[in-house]
Design a protein around this ligand. Structure first.
Ligand SMILES: *Cc1c(COP(=O)(O)O)cnc(C)c1O
Length: 488
């Protein structure tokens, strides 16, 4: 399978190159040249990892050896905390929840990142290359990336988070990973400061090249690919291919719901894909009005969806524009310069034939958490609540099963759950001692020079000269951790 850019002006790449590239050099996102067909009859009764291997096989064909890939996939999902990996739970008549929080960091991002970490390491080892992953996080993504990349030989990972502005659980999920290749940096500043420094590092060509900077953010095709799998396993369990199924997806960057679209393009009988948004409702407004207009980010109880531009929407736009990259490039230029664009009437009709959207404010989110607790005796997280609310509001045919994606474990957002139900959800057993594990984190000022110096000293790339082998850097990080704990 080859990959083309949504903006039509980048080289066509194989899977491994698209994996390492992330963003295409023309600013676009990589998508497969064509959509392969699923053989659904061959998938019935198989375990999650086996379905996963078969669903993803055409996307990696020619670039990753089939046996190597099958082993990687098996290893990835063997580490999950539920034998079904992505179990379904019934919450009403033809109303289901797909639990995607059984990975190591309790959010659905593990389902893709745990595999992407292995893929990265494998492709880098084959080429004799090493990279430096740099990222900023406001909470969820950082811990999922750290868990995916810990102890991988060819990757060093540096994650910046705003000191004191991520939740206790989120911070500990990052800082208690003390693998030598993992570096947590607490910035004395905001999330925007962290993100601005990461952008500046990627824009600094000598620095970027010296340390082979790379990212595993949500625009990476491999993440979308891995997320198509649970749509397939859920639909099979509910009667596909003989019966159509709908999904409701709490949405931020449009990555997860786009994976549902991919499954449909591959032939999975999906009737509707319902997009759930919080007050940051660019996708809801798009389907209502046909205009894609950037708004200001409003903080909500579902912070992983507090996003003003849904990057992966560009991949759907590419198909809506009949895969004309020049048209997509023009629209994205209008978004950049003027803050928005109108989608043509025929295109929005095409989108509405499959997608619906629903918007939930914080009060409605809390109300849904309370309702599910009363009716089903279950605790759900705020993102999941928005998915359920969206699915119920935009059900379509009542006989079609509606599956809402449960994207995080309730204990990750315990404050909101406690507010809605009076009950504070506990962490699952394997994380029960999280608050007693030692933390390792380095506090740095909001200074690009300081962060770059820290990374340069610990780089493991050929050109970057390693500081990791001598163990010196680690000692200093430990010291900082002590200082930090002393203050707390
Ligand atoms: C990232 C995230 C989302 C949003 O997923 P997208 O792929 O960005 O649409 C929803 N819920 C949770 C818990 C998340 O961490």
């Amino acid at each position: 399978m080859n990959y083309v850019s949504t903006r039509g002006a980048a080289p066509v790449l194989g899977f491994d190159d698209a994996l390492l590239a992330g963003l295409a050099p023309d600013g676009g996102l990589y998508v497969p040249e064509s959509w392969p067909r699923l053989d659904l009859d061959a998938l019935g009764g198989l375990a999650y990892a086996e379905v996963a291997t078969r669903v993803m096989a055409p996307f990696v064909a020619g670039r990753i050896e089939p046996e190597v890939f099958a082993r990687m996939v098996a290893e990835t999902y063997a580490g999950f905390g539920h034998p079904a990996v992505a179990p379904l739970r019934q919450i009403g008549d033809n109303d289901w929840l797909l639990e995607l929080f059984h990975g190591p960091t309790l959010a659905f991002k593990d389902y893709a990142l745990q595999l992407v970490g292995r893929l990265f390491d494998h492709v880098l080892a084959t080429r004799g290359r090493r990279v430096t992953i740099v990222g900023a996080t406001s909470g969820d993504t950082g811990s999922a990336a750290i868990e995916a990349l810990r102890d991988r030989a060819n990757v060093a990972v540096f994650i910046l988070h705003p000191e004191g502005r991520v939740s206790e659980v989120q911070r500990r999920q990052m800082t208690t990973v003390t693998a030598a290749n993992v570096h947590n940096i607490a910035i004395e500043g905001s999330f925007d400061d962290c993100q601005a420094m990461v952008k500046a590092m990627f824009a600094d060509a000598p620095f970027r090249e010296a340390h082979d900077l790379s990212a595993v953010n949500s625009i990476n095709w491999a993440r979308v690919m891995a997320q198509t799998v649970y749509y397939v396993t859920a639909a099979l369990a509910l009667g596909a291919p003989g019966r159509a199924v709908s999904f409701a997806v709490p949405t931020g960057n449009f990555g997860d719901v786009f994976a549902g679209y991919v499954a449909r393009r591959m032939g999975l009988p999906i009737e509707r894909l319902v997009i759930g948004t919080n007050a940051n409702d660019i996708l809801y407004r798009l389907l209502e009005t046909g205009r894609y207009d950037r708004g200001r980010v409003v903080p909500t109880l579902s912070p992983s969806m507090d996003i003003q531009v849904s990057s992966n929407f560009e991949r759907l736009l590419f198909d809506l524009c009949d895969r004309d990259g020049a048209r997509v490039a023009a629209l994205m230029a209008a978004l950049e310069s003027g803050g928005g664009f109108a989608v043509e009437a025929a295109q929005i009709e095409t989108a509405r034939a499959l997608f619906s959207a629903w918007r939930c404010d914080d009060d409605a989110t809390l109300a849904m958490i309370g309702e599910i607790h009363r009716d089903c005796g279950m605790l759900i997280d705020p993102h999941t609540a928005i998915g359920i609310a969206a699915g119920r509001a935009r059900r379509g045919a009542a006989r079609t099963p509606m599956v809402a994606l449960a994207t995080a474990h309730p204990a990750k957002f315990a404050d909101a759950v406690a507010r809605a139900t009076g009950i504070r959800p506990a962490l699952p057993e394997r994380l029960a001692d999280l608050d007693r594990r030692p933390e390792r984190v380095t506090r740095l000022p909001n200074s690009l020079a300081a962060v770059q110096a820290f990374i340069a000293e610990r780089s493991i790339t050929e050109k970057g000269k390693g500081g990791m082998e001598n163990g010196d850097g680690d000692a200093r990080e430990g010291e900082t951790a002590t200082t930090r704990a002393g203050r707390a």
